[in-house]
Structure formats: C-alpha cells, structure tokens
Design a protein around this ligand. Sequence first.
Ligand SMILES: Nc1ncnc2c1ncn2[C@@H]1O[C@H](COP(=O)(O)OP(=O)(O)OP(=O)(O)O)[C@@H](O)[C@H]1O
Ligand SMILES: [Mg+2]
Length: 470
Amino acid sequence: MDAPDSTAPTAPRDPTGTVARSDDGRSFTIRDASGTPFIAGSLVVLDSDAGRQLALVESRSDDAPALARGRLLGVLDGDELDTRSSHPFESATVRAADTITVDALHRTTGARIEVGTNLTAPGGPARLLPHRFNRHTFWCGQSGSGKTYALGVVLEQLIAHTALPVVVFDPNSDFVRLGEVAPGATGPTADALAQRDIRVLRAKGEPGSTLRARFIEMSLPSKAAVLRLDPIIDRDEYNTLVRMQDVLKAGELDEVLPMLTAATSEAGPHPLAQRVENLGVLDWSVWAQGDPAVTDIVDERPDATVLDLGGFSTPEQQLVVALSLLDDLWERREERRPVLLVIDEAHNLCSPQLDSPLAVAVRERLVQIAAEGRKFGLWLLLSTQRPSKVHPGIISQCDNLALMKMTSPLDLDELGTYFGYAPASLLARSPWFRQGEALFAGGFVPAPSLVKMNARITPEGGSDVGVPLR
Ligand SMILES: Nc1ncnc2c1ncn2[C@@H]1O[C@H](COP(=O)(O)OP(=O)(O)OP(=O)(O)O)[C@@H](O)[C@H]1O
Ligand SMILES: [Mg+2]
C-alpha cells in the first residue's frame, strides 16, 4: 500500500524488548512502539505471566515515544486460541504473530471463506465468517474503488460454500454472469459454483427467466404507491381502490379497469381509470400476466437469484419489483426462511432523498427490515458510494463494514460515527487504498483487517468502458 502512514516506522529497530501492558484484560498499550513494525492493523503475540495472548494493534501515535494501543483477542495455548478469555498483565514481550497463529484465529472464529490476502503482516489469506452474514452489512467506497467487483468475490464464496440463499438487486447488470465460471477458473469454488442453482431474471428475459411482479398480490398501500395515491389528498380514488380490493384479487389491472370504466361510462372514465391511463401503468412490462412473478421464484429459494433491474424502460418498474418482493418477504417473515438481500447501488432503493411514493414505500420497508428483519432471517448487504446516500435508520443497524477507497474526510468522519467497531486509524487509511483494497470490520471478520481482494471466478457483467485510443 502506498499510504503515507504516519504510524510507519521511521528508524527501524529490533522489536525485541518492546513491552506491553494490560490493566483491564481487554485492551493493551505499548508505551514505545517507535521503530517497530507494529502499526495499526498488526496482529501481535503478547507473552507474559498471564500466558501468551493474541492481540490487534489498533492505533499508534505520531509523536515519539509512539504510544500504541489495541485489543486482546484471546489466549493462545499451543496452536489453539481461546477467544472467550483474555487476562491483564503488567509486562509482556511483543512479537509479530506468525501465519500459524493467524490460522488458529481463523479456525477458532469460523472464518472459512477466503476473499483476499491480508495487507498487514504476516499477510496470508484473508477470510470472512460466513455465519456472520446473519447481520446487516454496509459496503462503501467511492466510484471505481472496486465495490461491485469485490462484492462479486464475496458472493461467489458465499454461494459456493454456504447454503444461504442470496438475492441480488442488480441495477447495472453487473451480476448477470454469476452463474458462469470464467474460462480457466478451476478449484473447489469454481467446481461448487458450477453445481449451484443460480437464476438470472431479466426485464427482457426468455420465458421462465423474466423479471416480473403481480399487481393483484401487492398490499393495498403498495398498490396505492404504484398509482401515486394518497389516502387523504386523493380520497375518492383511494376509496375506489379500497372497495375494489376483492375484484382486484380476481384479475390483473388490465382486466379490472375496463369493468370500472364500463360501470361509470355515462359520467366519462372513472378518475382512477384516468390515472392508470395517464401514468401508463398498463404499458409497463413488469406485470407478470401469466408468467411467474419474482416472488414465486424467490419463494423456491434458489442458491442465488439475480434481479437484473436495468432493462426496464422506467425506474418505477425497478421499484415495483423491489417493493413486491420486499413486501412478500416481510409478510411471510414468520416462516423464518433465511435470505441474504444484496443491494448494489443501494441509494436507488434507500436514499433519504427519495421522495416518490413508490420509492418511499421501498425505503420504509428496508428501514423496517434493517430494524427488525434480522431475527426472521432477512439480512441486508448494501453497497453504495457514500454513507449519506443510505437512510441513517438502515446504516445504524449494520454490524459489518467493508470500506474501500474513500477520499472524502466528511464521509470518513460519518462512517466513524456509525461504525465504532472499526478502528479510526484503519478508517483513516482508506484514502490511500488502491482499487480492490478494503478494510473489513465487524462480526463477519475475525479482527478488523486490511485486505487485497482476490480475483473473480465468474465473469463481470459490465466492466468499465475504456477510452478508445488511436
Ligand atoms: N480487484 C480488482 N481487480 C481487477 N479489476 C478490478 C478490481 N476491482 C475493480 N476492478 C475493475 O475496475 C472497474 C471499476 O470497479 P467496480 O465497478 O467494482 O467499481 P465500483 O466501486 O462498484 O464503482 P461504482 O460505484 O461506480 O459502481 C471495473 O471495470 C472492474 O472490472
Ligand atoms: Mg459498482
């Protein structure tokens, strides 16, 4: 990494003789870490009367003597690590953790899916805890930092090595080739991926793989949102919709509307019919008619379902797909059938700035799932460019953070306020990340880590377009 890291050693010195102290048995300090390789993010072994303990350096001051602080991760016994205990000590020698110790950390915590290499010594594979995707995850980084690519790396691993069904809301057709293994890709992940049931639903898909929703199955408030109806401002039309609920269950909108118009033909078209016509709702290709709806397909819980939201002629139709699916999952939450909802470009669905009735309905449902969905197995993974692009009620519920390159100090400060579990000095490294480098923090990683992501095994749907050169 080319970070002008203020905590980097100035004059190298032999780290032997560096001593650490822990008064509370949870955190530790090194009074003088100047010249040692122990920078923020380093894993160290502290040897004292209390035994050998594994620890993470979380910060180191700029001034001399450089004060380093960190947290104790557990007690080492041979090659085994006990993360449920740690002890205070007055004086411990400090040495860099070796790969065997890091492996013990991964084994003990269940960090089984490999997503990259650790950028901090001793290097080696960076692994995540698949079982901790049962929390919400926030994935952030500026445009081009490599979020979508890196997300693909993690999804490949999750789909290949867990039985957790994944639904990807894919606005830019980036994940539409998730079911294909790139030529030349071999190994257990590639083999496992080839076995998985991965469905890609598209606006203009082949029969059986179209991305569709069913108006009649939407809840009354969601139908009203599609029609931009307010229960008070538009009370007549809203009331007609309320009274039509039974009729609407019997047929799709295009079948019901002529009945409505016929019933009121003497007075001209019913205002509700006019509204539907004016909005062009019947021309939307999103309606299922005889095809399976997205809710039917996700209900089968394929290993992965990619919703290619990009192909619709209007953004409202993406929102209809999202709303009908999120409503359905929420409605049936008591079934407790887990699903990971991955939303790339999450600002499309949960920005605080969205104000159309449909977008507000989608966002409110996501706020609810963020707050209460966890215990029902509805887990979110949201990716976006800036924290301010996602509703605070959603970000504040995220227990896992992946941060890629982000240069804006304001955005980094904001992240610091939400993600107290990510050490500030590691957050501060983000402006110097290269593309494909990330900070992982929170429950889904054994300890906060700086990682260079692995290469994808499946082809990207849409990589950046290059400038044509002569
Ligand atoms: N680790 C990587 N290795 C190789 N290429 C990468 C890597 N990460 C990203 N890229 C390439 O860089 C380009 C931008 O990456 P990506 O689309 O993932 O960025 P992003 O953060 O999602 O940007 P945006 O916010 O604009 O969607 C893509 O063409 C992608 O192929
Ligand atoms: Mg992207």
